[in-house]
Write a protein that binds this ligand. Structure first.
Ligand code: PRP
Ligand code: ZN
Ligand code: MG
Length: 210
């Protein structure tokens, strides 16, 4: 018999809520921190624990049938996947932020400035739309420390509680996009019966929470 695969975040903001949602669907599995794949004992499903950034492509390519990931990551990777369900957790926004003592006051002040981010695609589209010509510096993490190190004038990163910005002497400046966790599926396997059953279980867990 066929076994489905669902990809969820291995560690980070979405991990715990993703595991909780699947457990609430009545799925039995071990959530070992060290194993990257966990079989479900009472449903033909395997859970893949991945870096969130890799999830959209795994789903697009059909390596995983389903995935739970932030909308921001889907937009950044520009993949072709089906949006199946908004999940109501992991709410955050992608923002441009500047140092507290900065003279940048309007978007136009970003012209000629360096902005560090792990979201160059989304930021590039946003700046283009706004007619701003800034230098996008793509880095793979710890974006918030880059202004303090003299590597950039501003940053563009996800803000949830705002704690990371605050502890790095930064203040939010402009909202680029808002995001939450969504269930995505591979375009080719959308109509599969097992997938439909899983989606229905997820939707009834969400309805029970309303
Ligand atoms: C985001 C972002 C910040 C942090 C902000 O990381 O990159 O580091 O969360 O949260 P706060 O406003 O509550 O302090 P995320 O958890 O998405 O992990 P990742 O960037 O490693 O994927
Ligand atoms: Zn990530
Ligand atoms: Mg981060």
């Amino acid at each position: 018999m066929k076994t489905l695969k669902i990809a969820i975040q291995k560690s980070g903001r979405l991990n715990e809520k993703s595991v909780e949602l699947l457990k609430n669907c009545g799925l039995n599995f071990e959530n070992y921190k060290s194993s990257l794949i966990s079989p479900v004992s009472n449903f033909p499903l395997e859970i893949l624990f991945l870096r969130d950034d890799d999830i959209p492509e795994y789903v697009q390519d059909g390596i995983a049938d389903l995935g739970i990931v932030g909308e921001n990551v889907i937009q950044e990777t520009e993949v072709e996947v089906s949006y199946l369900q908004r999940l109501g957790f992991g709410k955050c926004s992608l923002k441009i932020a500047v140092p507290n003592n900065n003279t940048i006051q309007s978007l136009a002040d970003l012209n000629g400035k360096a902005v560090a981010t792990t979201y160059p695609v989304i930021l590039g589209k946003f700046l283009k739309k706004e007619g701003i010509n800034a230098d996008i510096r793509t880095i793979s993490g710890s974006v918030e420390i880059s202004p303090g190190l003299g590597l950039s004038d501003a940053i563009c990163d996800l803000v949830s509680t705002g704690g990371t910005l605050k502890s790095n002497g930064l203040k939010p400046f402009v909202d680029v996009m808002s995001s939450e966790a969504v269930l995505i599926g591979c375009k080719d396997s959308e109509k599969d019966d097992l997938i439909q059953e899983l989606i229905q279980r997820i939707q009834s867990v969400l309805r029970a929470k309303e």
